[in-house]
Design a binder for this molecule. Structure first.
Ligand SMILES: Nc1nc2c(ncn2[C@@H]2O[C@H](COP(=O)(O)OP(=O)(O)OP(=O)(O)O)[C@@H](O)[C@H]2O)c(=O)[nH]1
Length: 411
């Protein structure tokens, strides 16, 4: 008789009774293994620590999904590159400004003076339009002229002439008196002075064309740097090519200030990296650059600290000497602050002696009723006012003209 394979029967019964469970267990086991593999997504698990939550795109929800590669893990830089807008083009050059035309700028003086208080002209005309002029009226006129910084000598001169003409001509109507006053003031300011800037090119060795060199000097705070910047614009408006020299190495910010002025109108500024560098060396470099670039004009800003006359003479003298190795400055412009009156005049004398000043730039004329300083400063220094500052705006520098100036102060 065949032996019954009890062992096999028992195993078979157990298998039938629990078959579903076994198959389920086997299936579950296989599925778990597969999920495990898919979760890794074929990506080396070693990369995972790099995966920041913010670097996983919304596709990250599909972790464990298909192998279509929708799970994207960005490097920080990469993420920025893919999500940020395209990078700005490197250091875009600021647009170069076109300065305002120069002609007619002095006409603004009237408005500026009107804003800064009662102009000299208005007060004079008020007295002159009285019915009959008494000695007191003439004294009042004298006082007004002195207060306006015209100076004692010029005041006496003007009033003597005016009195004579009023008497001789028998003029009474305000408009006629005004015209006489205007004529006297224009004569006093000097209608026939040469106020042009001498910017003719020089000639170097072998006939090399040299730029005109303009040195700008004056006490700090008078507006030198601003004036150099504004003057560059005046020249650019007249289609001249310009190089700036930041020889005010005493105040580091002055070179930055000048560079900004230049950049606005596409003009290069030569400066030193070192604070306190030798101003003469900067001036030399600027003139050399102007020569090499075939520029029309080199404008040199200076520090001009009025520490003492000898120090000033040394500094400015050296700048002139060193710059002259290439091109002798054709203009030395002294910047004076119109609001400082007599003090400004004392300083001006020192600069005139030391630097051989050829012209005056009177700044801040918009902020004073003392326009008479024009007359006094010209008399004292024997040089003409060539430019005037009429405000802080970039084009608030005007070529000076006696008749326009008088019309401006008469209002
Ligand atoms: N209202 C008015 N302000 C002016 C005029 N010119 C210059 N300024 C102002 O005067 C101040 C001094 O000007 P700067 O050009 O820095 O003077 P600076 O002489 O170069 O001074 P340092 O560099 O210290 O020697 C600035 O605030 C200018 O804006 C002007 O014509 N009118």
């Amino acid at each position: 008789m065949n032996e019954v394979p009890w062992i096999e029967i028992i195993v078979g019964l157990v298998a039938v009774a629990s078959g579903g469970g076994l198959i389920g267990w086997l299936r579950a086991r296989r599925t778990k293994d597969r999920r495990s593999d898919e979760t890794a997504g074929g990506v080396d698990t070693a990369e995972r620590p790099d995966r920041g939550a913010e670097e996983i795109t919304s596709d990250g929800d599909e972790v464990g999904g298909t192998s279509s590669g929708t799970v994207v893990i960005h490097e920080p830089g990469e993420a920025a590159a893919q999500t940020a807008p395209p990078a700005e083009p490197a250091a875009e050059k600021p647009a170069v400004e076109r300065p305002a035309p120069v002609a007619g700028r002095l006409v603004r003086l009237r408005d500026r003076l009107a804003r800064s208080g009662s102009p000299l002209g208005a007060r004079l005309l008020e007295v002159l339009s009285r019915d009959s002029l008494t000695e007191d009226d003439w004294d009042e006129l004298e006082e007004e002229l002195l207060l306006a910084d015209i100076g004692a000598g010029p005041t006496t001169e003007l009033l003597d002439n005016l009195r004579t003409r009023v008497r001789v001509l028998g003029v009474r109507e305000p408009s006629a008196v005004r015209e006489l006053l205007r004529e006297e003031l224009v004569a006093l300011v000097g209608a026939d002075m040469d106020r042009s800037l001498h910017l003719e090119p020089g000639s170097g060795e072998n006939g090399t064309r040299l730029p005109a060199v303009v040195l700008v000097v004056g006490v700090n705070g008078t507006g030198k740097t601003t004036t150099v910047g504004k003057l560059a614009r005046v020249l650019v408006a007249e289609d001249k090519s310009v190089v700036l020299g930041a020889a005010d190495t005493f105040r580091a910010a002055a070179a930055d200030q000048l560079t900004t002025w230049g950049a606005r109108v596409g003009v290069e500024t030569v400066r030193s990296d070192k604070e306190g560098a030798d101003p003469a060396s900067v001036a030399f470099d600027a003139v050399a650059r102007g020569r090499d670039d075939k520029a029309d004009v080199v404008l040199v800003d200076t520090a001009g600290r009025l520490q003492n006359k000898a120090g000033l003479m040394d500094e400015l003298g050296k700048i002139v000497r060193v710059a002259s190795k290439i091109a002798v400055p054709s203009e030395v412009l002294l910047v004076l602050d119109a609001t400082t009156g007599q003090n400004g005049l004392t300083q001006a004398r020192v600069f005139a002696e030391v630097a051989g000043v050829t012209g005056i730039v009177l700044t801040k004329l918009d902020g004073t009723a003392k326009g008479g300083i024009v007359v006094q400063v010209q008399r004292e220094l024997g040089v003409p006012v060539k430019l005037v500052g009429l405000g802080e705006g970039p084009d608030d520098l005007a070529p000076f003209d006696a008749a326009d100036f008088v019309d401006g102060i008469l209002g």
